[in-house]
Design a protein around this ligand. Sequence first.
Ligand code: AMP
Ligand code: ZN
Length: 121
Amino acid sequence: MSNPKQSKECIFCKIIEGTLPSEKVYEDDRVFAFRDISPQAKTHVLIIPKKHVVDILDVSAEDAHVFSDLLRAVQHIAPQLGIAGTGFRTVFNSGDHACQTIYHLHLHLLGGEQLGGSMVG
Ligand code: AMP
Ligand code: ZN
């Protein structure tokens, strides 16, 4: 039985490894960022930890730097993509009610145009 929550079947782990293609926008030793394949805004990037963790709740105290790693990456990527001045939205989806579809923690970075007033863009 396949389990998409396991790293060996995770498509984001395969993107980090380079065995699946992506349009990379940023990488450092702990973080990888690439354009969303189905963008919900003119600029839509996914920022992920290189370590496979399923969601916010799966981050151990030992790995808590993952959260600051992702937000530090936003500080690099937003100016790089020209959306620092105009503004952007950052979103984590966790679990079924939030419609999480990929079970490797990812921070959505959305901008490049006026977003809707709702939380989900
Ligand atoms: P979520 O609904 O929060 O789990 O978001 C998963 C996101 O991953 C969606 O916005 C998808 O469009 C995006 N996605 C899925 N597969 C790929 C892929 N191969 N490359 C880039 N983005 C992807
Ligand atoms: Zn993964």
